[in-house]
Design a binder for this molecule. Structure first.
Ligand code: C2O
Ligand code: CU
Length: 452
């Protein structure tokens, strides 16, 4: 079409003409990876980092660690001693909880029995890293508000026995419409309280703090290790892309790589993937997903555009030391039962009919392998998370999982019955709760005592 006919076309379209959309490249921001926390300890088996929690904006309320959102990536290897010196620059108390990491109870950053770090105060968290994987950290005081305001970051524990990938991509997802008013004085159940992405309500997702879609560029022939975290308070992520290859879950490598069509990350979930770049780019899409019924029908939303420069044959996967192994047998008894109930209508969410902190504390002993059955009798999904220990999924609605899954956060669907074997190896009074943070705030939280 000549320039002249193009102009005629515009005239013919009359006053409704809009400027042509800019090329896609101009609209898509490049993916920025969260900056690492510098290691201040020169010793090879010790990592020491400093984190300062601060308010960066009043309205909307924004907090950040070291001015970054997501916070700095803490990186260490299995066997290292990690020290994190927290300075609380907020006007409120805070703590740091190490989600998915087996730490001594005093380092767990929960405040229901001990005092949080006061405004202006300092605390040094110190523990040994026992297991490799992609973990994360966030406050466990006024958790819903503080996480939502932006206090979270990745803690990556490398296993030096694993071959290195050619590149690494870190993707921390959050849903950006969740903010409570800064004053936080709305009563529970107040209609003015944000709906937190419940039902079909669309949340605006961010990738490493930027509104999606973002663009990442790699080269053909590269093997890229991709680590993802869903740091959202309430938003589930159903993700899909061509050639999806999952290599790890919450707690390190899967027994073998998996190639599902869609992977669902509940709030608090992590997973790792391999991108084997060949001749063509692809798009990582978010499929619509509802807390009250799973997959829904609406347009997919692109979150990450992967562009391939210098196309080449796709490489063979990394030879990672997959552990193999089948799921453990699901025994015909339970040692513990947690029944999840409640509703948005009442704004009350319960475990075993109890509302935290008025809860019955069950107890088990270090080294035991108790079977916990989680029964969800409510009309909402709930991601179950327990502190201080890992667990293996034994069955979901009576069926064993398709492969051996070791997790610290597991989605429990509507009317679903999930049975897990807990691996308590550290004494303490460990919190167990729904990781939809408003549900936890509204009472869906209990405590499991692990006796020495
Ligand atoms: Cu991610 Cu009790 O927390
Ligand atoms: Cu819940």
């Amino acid at each position: 079409m000549s320039r002249w006919t193009w102009t005629l076309g515009l005239l013919a379209a009359g006053c409704t003409t809009r400027p042509a959309a800019p090329p896609v490249e101009a609209r898509v921001a490049p993916l920025a990876l969260p900056a690492p926390a510098p290691d201040l300890d020169p010793a090879p088996d010790a990592v020491r980092v400093r984190l300062t929690a601060e308010r960066t904006s009043e309205a909307p309320l924004r907090y950040a660690y070291n001015g970054q959102r997501p916070g700095p990536v803490i990186r260490a290897k299995v066997g290292d001693r990690l020290t994190v010196e927290l300075t609380n620059g907020l006007a409120a108390p805070t703590t740091i909880h190490w989600h998915g990491v087996q730490v001594p109870w005093a380092m767990d950053g929960v405040s229901w029995m001990g005092a949080p770090v006061p405004a202006g105060g300092q605390f040094s968290y110190e523990f040994n890293l026992l297991h490799p994987g992609t973990f994360w950290y966030h406050p466990h005081f006024d958790t819903e508000k503080q996480v939502d305001a932006g206090l979270y970051g990745l803690l990556i524990v490398d296993d030096p026995a694993e071959p290195a990938a050619d590149d690494e991509v870190l993707l921390v997802f959050d849903a950006d419409d969740e903010h409570r008013p800064a004053t936080d004085d709305l009563p529970d159940g107040d209609p003015g309280r944000p709906a937190h992405g419940h039902g079909g309500r669309a949340a605006r997702w961010t990738v490493n703090g930027e509104a999606g879609p973002v663009q990442w560029t790699g080269r053909g022939g590269q093997r890229v290790r991709v680590r993802m975290l869903n740091a959202s308070n309430t938003g589930y992520l159903a993700l899909t892309w061509p050639g999806l290859r999952q290599i790890a879950g919450d707690q390190g490598l899967l027994p073998a790589p998996q190639t599902p069509d869609v992977v669902v990350l509940a709030p608090g979930d992590r997973a790792e993937f391999e991108w084997l770049l060949g001749r063509e780019g692809f798009t990582l899409d978010r499929l619509p997903w509802s807390l009250n019924g799973g997959r829904t029908y609406a347009e997919a939303e692109p979150l990450v555009d992967v562009v391939v420069e210098a196309p080449a044959d796709a490489p063979a996967p990394l030879a990672l030391p997959y552990p193999g192994g089948a799921p453990s047998a699901d025994p015909p008894y339970s040692d513990l039962i947690y029944t999840f109930s409640g509703s948005d209508r009442t704004g009350v969410w319960l475990i075993n009919g109890e509302r935290f902190p008025d809860v019955t504390i069950d107890s088990v002993a270090v080294g035991q392998r108790p079977v916990l059955e989680i029964r969800n009798v409510s009309a909402s999904h709930h991601p179950f998370h327990i502190h201080g220990m890992r667990f293996e999924i034994l069955s979901i609605d009576g069926a064993p999982p398709p492969y051996r899954r070791v997790e610290d956060t597991i989605d429990v669907g509507i009317r679903q019955r999930v049975r897990v074997q807990l691996w308590p190896d550290e004494p303490g009074d460990w919190m167990a709760h729904c990781h939809l943070l408003p549900h936890a705030d509204d009472g869906m939280m209990t405590v499991l005592r692990v006796r020495p």
